[in-house]
Design a protein around this ligand. Structure first.
Ligand code: MOS
Length: 694
């Protein structure tokens, strides 16, 4: 039961019952008469081209309806993302790239037919290995998010050379993969000249616009439904190849087609966080005050498309640093194109920066909380703009108090329980406040109540519920009078659920539409017309009119306690505590879940997750959740999230900042710093494995 209507309170998910009873339908759960099933065929070489395709045996498999490849697939128009230009050419850019598609009466038959497709290749030598001195490294024009590739303030070399304390360290993060519980999945139905698609995506409009380009259709002729989505974490932030394949197969066969990406193909198909090698240099005085900071990132993309993880950007904004250099270099390898993953840029970048801050604390003999307080800044160093709000120091102090940081003996390896060494660590978090224009409609219905429509996506975050709360508050109506429609490209356009900007962006449009509706209602007399009264809102002008005199960012502090088994080298988390300052929290229940979810992912990044690129074979070794280890309940015994009230007039009418991604930022560094405190071993390459410590 919902006990509260207003924003801020812990309203339960509106669709919770539908989800747990199975009534909520995901992308391949819509019953459709005559539906076929598709199974993709991945490329068996890491670079080269297909010289022959033999589909005879595949077509002879019982139940097979069609086998598509570049030889017979319908031609496509150019998409924005060339990864979506599937079955159009014999070129192979990476092992696992989709090169054919079997379509059959059942998933089992499609799988058997896919396995029976025979391909011959002319293989070429491949290069899948990132090295700091890779000959292909170059400076891209910009990095992800449109940020400048390089930034230089003051004279880093001079200031670093003149510093009393000098730290020069390198950190490595392996490739990482998102594995949402619901794999990437699509159902496509051609209805005459119209295309209807159910897609597991973070934004229905984004899928619609790519399909329009690919199939040469007016966007209005395509309806994309993403009503329920079983997780995304960035990997569904852009359409993936399976939705294009489903549409191609449905067009070719004239029947509805379902395609769920098999788990063992996800590593190649849904994008990943590219590995990074990061060098951080910090020059500081005896009081721990930073004078010089350099953060240099080396990473890779595919030969298909440039994608550069913006990992040096946190060092432009976190701490006062009079002399600073931040750079990114990227090389193009024969690998799948990396993509968005869980606080892209910020998360890997903050692992390096916050690890370096801990090393600086150890080097200077200053407490790790204290050294961050000493380098706090009211102005964003790179832009010179004041922060619209910044309660990092309060997060650190409040976290230290709740965690019981005071009196911590900083000497490593001094706390033991039997064969277990115990240690604690801290790290700061930060995440930019993004917002994008959105549209929404609010309608007062003749029968009573309100209908709110916005193409928002709820990827498990509780977005639908929070938007209904925002509407209820703006309309001064009880929550049970609000009906809300999201997750459909026929609804007013909203941005993807990404960049932690969903609630701010869609919510702003919902708020504006509701306020406009109240004005319309105030001018109306008598009963409502049969179709009700509607108001439409578009926040393009509001978003554009936001003052650019401020830097906007959410902050937090993470505290971790670990135990390391001296005999086995196994590290286990004992507890993790985060305090965040992220504007106004609109739903305490779903916000807490998001913070804890992000923090859990951070533990996972620190202790268990990694993908291994096999240099000879040219592919990731981990193919499923038995090999790719995601933290489970037993790995996170005690995770606590708190937040501080934050009033910020420079955000949006709700006063909210994003909360989806900040939970992961900093967590891994808090954990490895705790490992250092426990053992005296500084792990600079993730994840922390027993062999790192023995
Ligand atoms: Mo998130 S990686 O911005 O979808």
């Amino acid at each position: 039961m919902n006990t509260a209507d207003r924003t801020g309170e812990g309203v339960v998910r509106l669709e919770g019952r539908a989800k747990v009873t199975g009534a909520a339908r995901y992308a391949v759960e819509h019953p459709l008469d005559g539906c076929l099933h598709a199974w993709p065929v991945p490329a068996g070489i890491a670079r080269g081209r297909i010289t022959a395709i033999d589909t005879e045996r595949a077509l002879a498999e019982p139940g097979t309806v069609a086998v598509l490849s570049h030889e017979n697939a319908p031609r496509l128009g150019e998409p924005e993302d060339p990864e979506l230009f599937v079955l159009q050419s014999p070129r192979v850019a990476y092992r696992g790239q989709y090169v054919a598609l079997a379509v059959a009466e059942t998933p089992q038959a499609a799988r058997a037919a896919a396995a029976a497709v025979r391909l011959e290749y002319a293989a070429e030598p491949h290069d899948v290995t990132l090295t700091g001195g890779h000959p292909g490294l170059y400076a891209p024009e910009t990095v992800n998010g449109g940020y400048p590739t390089d930034r230089e303030r003051g004279d880093f070399d001079m200031a670093f050379a003149a510093s009393e304390f000098r730290l020069d360290t390198r950190y490595r993060i392996p490739p990482l993969h998102n594995h949402p519980m619901e794999p990437h999945a699509s159902t496509a139905v051609w209805e005459g000249p119209r295309l209807r698609v159910y897609d597991s995506a973070q934004g229905a409009h984004a899928v619609q616009s790519e399909l329009a380009a690919l199939f040469g259709l007016e966007p209005e002729r395509i309806t994309v439904v993403s009503e329920h989505v079983g997780g995304g974490f960035g990997s569904k932030g852009t359409p993936r190849p399976q939705v294009v394949l489903a549409c191609l197969a449905a067009r070719e066969t004239g029947r509805p087609v379902k395609l769920a990406v098999p788990r063992h193909q996800m590593a190649q198909i849904v994008g990943h966080r590219a590995a990074t090698e990061q060098r951080v240099r910090i020059g500081a005085d005896g009081a721990g005050q930073i004078s010089a900071l350099a953060h240099e990132v080396v990473t890779y993309s595919s030969t298909v498309r440039e994608f550069t993880e913006q990992a040096a950007t946190p060092s432009r904004t976190m701490y006062a640093s009079p002399h600073s250099r931040t750079t990114h270099r990227v090389t193009r390898l024969d690998v799948p194109t990396p993509s968005w993953m869980r606080a892209p840029g910020e998360c890997p970048g903050m692992f390096a920066l916050e690890s370096a801050m801990d090393e600086l604390a150890v080097t200077t003999g200053i407490d790790p909380v204290e050294i961050r307080l000493r380098n706090d800044t009211a102005k964003e160093p790179d832009s010179g703009h004041p922060f619209s709000s910044r309660r990092l120091a309060d997060c650190l102090r409040e976290g230290a108090r709740r965690f019981g940081w005071e009196g911590r003996d900083p000497r490593p390896g001094t706390r033991a329980e039997g064969r277990l060494l115990i240690g604690t660590g801290v790290a700061a978090s930060g995440y930019p406040v993004y917002v994008a224009p959105a549209r929404a409609t609010a309608r007062a219905e003749a029968a009573g109540g309100y209908r709110i429509e916005v193409d928002a996506t709820d990827i498990g975050t509780g977005a639908r519920t929070v938007l209904a709360q925002i509407a209820a508050e703006a309309l001064a109506a009880p929550l049970d009078r609000i009906r809300i429609g999201i997750g459909n490209s026929d609804l007013p356009k909203g941005p993807v659920a990404g960049g932690s900007m969903g609630t701010a962006s869609w919510g702003w449009a919902v708020h504006k539409a509701c306020r406009a509706l109240l004005r319309t209602l105030a001018e109306h007399s008598g009963p409502l017309p049969e179709e009700g009264l509607s108001a439409h809102a578009d926040t393009s002008d509001d978003v554009a009119a936001r003052s650019d005199a401020y830097a906007r960012r959410a902050f937090g502090a993470q505290f971790a306690e670990v135990q390391v088994d001296m005999d086995t080298g196994e590290t286990r988390l004992r507890r993790l505590l985060g305090v965040f300052a992220a504007g106004r929290v609109l739903n305490a229940r779903t916000a807490r879940s998001q913070f804890i979810g992000g923090m859990t992912m951070g533990v996972s990044m620190a202790l268990t997750e990694h993908s291994t690129m096999d240099a000879e074979f040219g592919d990731f070794a981990e193919r499923d959740l038995a090999m790719y280890h995601v933290a489970v309940n037993a790995d996170v015994p005690d995770v606590q999230a708190y937040w501080l009230d934050e009033e910020d007039q420079e955000l949006n009418p709700m006063g909210s900042k994003g909360i989806g991604e900040i939970g992961i930022v900093g967590t891994a560094a808090a954990v490895t710093s705790a490992v250092h405190h426990a053992t005296g071993v500084r792990v600079r390459e993730l994840p922390v494995l027993p062999e790192s410590l023995l």
